[in-house]
Design a protein around this ligand. Sequence first.
Ligand SMILES: [Zn+2]
Ligand SMILES: [Zn+2]
Length: 382
Amino acid sequence: MDTRKEDVERLLVNKYPGLEAQLQASGSLIIRGVICSEDIWHRLRLYLPQYPALDSFQLYVQEGVEFKIYTSDNLKLQDEWKLEDLLDNLGKILPAKKAETCSKKQWPQENIYEDILALHKSKEFQMQIDEACSRLRFSDFSDYEQHYLELEIPSLRLVDHSLPECVPFGEMLAKNAGSLEQILTLYRKLLEELRPFYDNFMDIDELCHVLQPSPITTKHNTRVFPLKDRVYLKLTIGDPFACVASMALKIIGPTDEVARLRHVLSDGLGNWDSELDIHKNLLRMFDLCYFPMPDWSDGPKPDEEDNEELRCNICFVYRLDSGDVPLVSCDNPKCVLKCHAACLEEWFQTLMDGKTFLEVSFGLCPFCKAKLSTSFAALLND
Ligand SMILES: [Zn+2]
Ligand SMILES: [Zn+2]
């Protein structure tokens, strides 16, 4: 890439995000957009046929509905000036009363650039603008480092964000926020309101062996982790703004265990301690000191993909593209079957023999024909 192009783009992105540059094949440079100088907004086009020199420049500044043309004949530049000096001093060298007519009061639609500049120095978050000046990305929010927000500019259309997928953030924006400041205020208010949601998952993510999702992101509202051998707990928070009220817990495992633990679960929900977080309540409920964690004491964490014992007995893979791992086992404690819920469902569907189909529809293991827990359905309906 042309270093002259890099230089000018770096200057504009860092200092004048409302301007964009175009380097012509002939070597001349065109800059256009809006710039704030001496507290006044100017819309301009600047032609520099001999860039980086400013010789023979043509500067068009919008005044009212027309562009006024400035050249070396009517605008005095100092000999040693470079592009940056010209932009920095623009408000000083343009005739004052003419510039007044371009004041921000007459240009409400340009407030977006003013807003961006106002946010540029915030310590509460990082702000980046892409090279084309068409996207704004906010990240590293203080206290919420993993979070980010991406908007298209100047339309302020939502491009991406880090809030849970089940939160209709796009709709909320459309209803409640118009300006950039309002969007940021709403986003940060939501982060604050979601603090209990993320706090509840924090201990689970650290102190349970979360198998799904992988990797865990700020967008996920479910966790699947082992409760005991062959038995898993699936926790879903339906409404991140009302964690405990909207929480759903499902047990996945052999039929007898699931039936027994469902009783434990319903008793436990009746004795919920609102002073404790979800992780501590679950430990209390299942009378555990901690949830099972893999034993990595023998060395570094092994690669789960390489461990043949962990693989699905139907597709011979550990983690599917969907992120699912084999969690379904058989009611027969001697049977080795371990498979993905999706693979088992597919297996059932592809059996052509009507009789077998009837059998498996009652939940019989494809390996040993013992009963197969139907609790795996909880893994399928996400
Ligand atoms: Zn599989
Ligand atoms: Zn079996």
